[in-house]
Design a protein around this ligand. Sequence first.
Ligand code: NAD
Ligand code: DAU
Length: 333
Amino acid sequence: MSILVTGSAGFIGSNFVRLLIDATREHIVSLDALTYAGNMDNLVNVPSDRHTFIHGNICDEQTLTEVFRDHAIKKVVHFAAESHVDRSIMSSGPFIQTNVVGTQRLLDASKSHGVEAFVHVSTDEVYGTLNLTEPAFTEQHHIQPNSPYSASKAASDLLVRSYVETFDFPAMITRCSNNYGPYQFPEKLIPLMIHNAKNNRPLPVYGDGSNIRDWIHVSDHCKGVLCVMDKGKAGEVYNIGGHSELKNIDIVHQIIDACGADSSLIQFVTDRPGHDFRYAMDIEKIKRELGWAPEVSFSDGLSSTIQWYADNSDWLEKIINGDYQNYYKEQYQ
Ligand code: NAD
Ligand code: DAU
């Protein structure tokens, strides 16, 4: 029997595959369409006797039929998604296709196959935004997404919920805050700022930099997802967060200091349209019911992440020298 991981060549999916290798004895079947964000270099050193990679799209019913026909899948952990808010503002079509239609196709295939558990990996962004004084999001908070990305994730969450209610489908939803760590594509705040600071390039801060995110190291997120896969209750939603709320501008200053860069590199640029001001997660439920809590402090996690990017400059350069240049020009010029 195997565990199917979708989006396995992306940032969090690839970290999760490595965790499954280390923490379980299971065989892993992983499926990824290898979009711009998917990268086989993220899966180097994953032992082939424990892992079968399939290059395929979750929107493609034939691919899903073959995956479930050819492998004895007992659990599904669903990471595959279009994940970047700025790209969803440029063009929302791929977000609806993968995040909504793809999730529906995967749900149907998993339901037909009678899987034991389905973990749908979602985001705090479905809850919308908070001001400075509002309490952190609990699982009961209303769903009020503000970007095409978060709307597509919210739609997929609601589809998952409907399969639980209508078909008694054994799904759980995790909603996590902002991840950082090794193998993150350099379109996201932390790796983008590390790369630019190291190369003496401008550091584009949206608006006045006062927006707040709750940061979690990817290893903690992956452990939380594993915990939900093993011990979660069907039909439940579990918030996952790092208890580490920080303003964007403060993170940028920490990166500047750690990289020995100059703060004159900071450029305040036009704000992201519909930019959520603050996310904060109440993680009492997963702590109390499943015994999970984050372990990596932001300062330790940031130092080790900066070190990882320094040690893996080939990985980064390969990305930066590809289509990334076109994206960067379109987004920042
Ligand atoms: P990512 O963009 O790095 O990786 C996504 C992966 O999905 C890529 O490998 C891509 O090739 C693959 N993919 C995209 N469309 C596909 C399709 N149609 N079929 C098969 N594979 C496809 O994203 P990430 O940051 O690793 O996020 C993974 C999941 O976690 C997403 O569902 C995201 O919404 C969620 N999440 C991310 C964060 C974060 O901070 N990055 C926080 C909370 C939740
Ligand atoms: O909260 C969870 C979400 O975190 C995930 O669901 C998403 O997949 C993930 O991309 C992330 O979304 P954000 O939009 O919060 O992350 P991003 O790294 O794009 O931006 C973090 C903050 O930094 C946000 O307030 C926008 C700001 N920012 C970002 C970039 C890329 C800048 O100021 N400048 C930048 O160049």
